[in-house]
Design a protein around this ligand. Structure first.
Ligand SMILES: C[S@@+](CC[C@H](N)C(=O)[O-])C[C@H]1O[C@@H](n2cnc3c(N)ncnc32)[C@H](O)[C@@H]1O
Length: 317
């Protein structure tokens, strides 16, 4: 079977999950040894993970140029080559012309601003679609805190779900501006939102000091980051992070905490959360696990490929 046929079969199988009314995003292929292909409306974003056999990119372009996922053929195909640190600095256009500025794509009827011609990522992580969908259906009258927000897609979903107020916090200035633009683009009320450019480890103690309380806290850190306050890594700092989060969570409030890391096992993650709860006098119960969306099939070789781990936890005490 050639690569083109493999993509075709993958597409045929996945489209039953993703291509439905009100949604213009779809992951059509994922293989950690080669590439991932995501559709954003009539544009394709290819992520390359390693050195590829010569035919793989030309086959992918040929396959994508035949597609008309929403009744219209694709306008552009871009590549983010993550095989080396140098190559992932810039996105390359493989075909067509990607829009020059940010534009809206809909997922479950909600618009999100994405950008294809610069940056390392379009700005919408498709693997968090189930979490956005949960927020859209569960946040009526809730006070929400979105930590490590990136472009604020989880905040927008919570806002559309009727949240009373959403605080959005990220260490990157351009990203928090994007989150603010995302909120406005979704026609949400600016008086119900606060956008903070800053370090979680600097702001959480301030929130605790002011006795802030939230019904929903979202925590989705990177596996590693550096700020002027030092280096953060999930393996080392998860317990400390959760010790700062739990005092802010209301009784009956829900913490959704996740990590995207292959080398931090789920059992260690849960142990760190449990210890943080013991230390802060909170009593948490697991409501459910976070997992990849239904259409995100992964290999049978290694469960680690289901890289997204996390929990919905309710605070009983
Ligand atoms: C994995 S992304 C979060 C994705 C986001 N939850 C979403 O669904 O789109 C991690 C984000 O954490 C931010 N970040 C890293 N270290 C931080 C820190 N110490 N304080 C606040 N934000 C931080 C990064 O700038 C990045 O936007």
């Amino acid at each position: 079977m050639n690569f083109n046929q493999l993509l075709n079969l993958s597409y045929e199988w996945r489209k039953q999950y993703g291509l439905f009314e009100n949604t213009e995003t779809l992951r059509i292929f994922y293989d950690p040894d080669t590439i991932a292909i995501d559709l954003f409306q009539n544009h394709a974003w290819i992520t390359q993970w390693g050195n590829l056999k010569a035919n793989i990119l030309p086959d992918s372009v040929a396959f994508l140029r035949e597609l008309a996922p929403w009744g219209k053929q694709l306008d552009s195909i871009v590549l983010m080559d993550r095989s080396t640190v140098a190559s992932e600095k810039e996105v390359q256009t493989l075909w067509g012309t990607p829009p020059e500025t940010k534009f809206s794509v809909h997922e479950n009827g909600i618009p999100y601003l994405i950008e294809l011609n610069k940056g390392k990522h379009p700005g919408l992580f498709l693997d968090h679609e189930p979490l956005r969908n949960w927020l859209k259906n569960s946040q009526k009258n809730k006070r929400v805190l979105n930590l490590f927000s990136y472009t604020g897609s989880l905040s927008v979903a919570a806002g559309k779900g009727g949240a009373d107020h959403v605080t959005t916090l990220d260490l990157s200035k351009s990203t928090i501006e994007w989150a603010d633009a995302n909120w406005k683009n979704a026609e949400l009320d600016s008086t119900k939102a606060r956008f903070i450019y800053g370090d979680v480890f600097e702001w959480l103690p301030k929130f605790i000091k002011k006795n802030e309380q939230y019904d929903t806290i979202l925590c989705d850190p990177p596996s590693f980051s550096r700020s002027k306050n030092g280096v953060f890594s999930t393996n080392k700092d998860s317990q400390r992070l959760h010790e700062l989060i739990l005092p802010l969570l209301n009784k009956n409030g829900v913490l959704v905490t996740s990590i995207n890391s292959e080398n931090y096992p789920e059992s260690s993650f849960l142990r760190d959360i449990h210890q943080a709860a013991e230390k802060t006098g909170a009593y948490l119960q697991v409501l459910k696990r976070i997992d990849l969306p239904e259409g995100f099939a992964t290999s049978t070789r290694n469960l680690g490929e289901r890289y997204l781990k996390g929990f919905h936890l309710v605070r009983i005490k």
